[in-house]
Ligand binder design. Structure first.
Ligand code: GTP
Ligand code: MG
Length: 139
């Protein structure tokens, strides 16, 4: 059974460009209910821990420096089959290849600064939401 919750965060470039509220609106328009939200900033070490699975990849340094470069909006969202539904909704990793109307197509800058994160499995969604939120911060 697939779960109904996933973890997402608006990345620093999209925050700097003023896309926080438009992206949150777009998430809600897609039928996802925001059940936790927090503006915060990752330290470099926290970004390295969050993206630990990518350690050793050529873009790891760039990714973790970028993700700790400014505030992010961390959220937990709810919808049936949330992980897959949301991955489809945000579009391909590279905004240039993302389908029209997806969040990454609309608000992404390039493959690194691609506006938004979405968990890639129920298991990782659980790990990622508990990285940012305690039980009493999820509604
Ligand atoms: P996330 O939802 O952010 O996890 O993206 P994803 O699941 O679509 O992609 P993946 O987990 O494979 O990569 C994580 C993040 O690393 C991506 O969102 C990109 O920001 C970044 N990334 C992936 N590939 C590249 C790359 O070739 N160059 C750079 N600079 N960043 C990359
Ligand atoms: Mg990923």
């Amino acid at each position: 059974m697939s779960g109904n919750r996933t973890y997402t965060m608006i990345k620093p470039t999209a925050m700097r460009k003023g896309y926080m509220a438009p992206i949150m609106n777009k998430i809600v328009e897609g039928g996802f209910k925001i059940i936790a939200a927090k503006m915060t900033q990752l330290s470099k070490a926290e970004a390295e821990a969050f993206y630990g699975i990518h350690r050793g990849r050529p873009f790891f340094e760039e990714l973790t420096s970028f993700m700790s470069s400014g505030p992010i909006m961390a959220m937990v969202i709810e919808k049936e089959n949330a992980v897959e539904a949301y991955r489809n909704y945000i579009g391909s990793t590279n905004p240039a290849e993302a389908a029209e109307g997806t969040i990454r197509k609309m608000y992404g800058t390039n493959i690194g600064e691609n506006a938004i994160h979405g968990s890639d499995s129920d298991e990782n969604a659980k790990i990622e939401m508990s990285f940012f939120f305690t039980g009493r911060e999820m509604f």
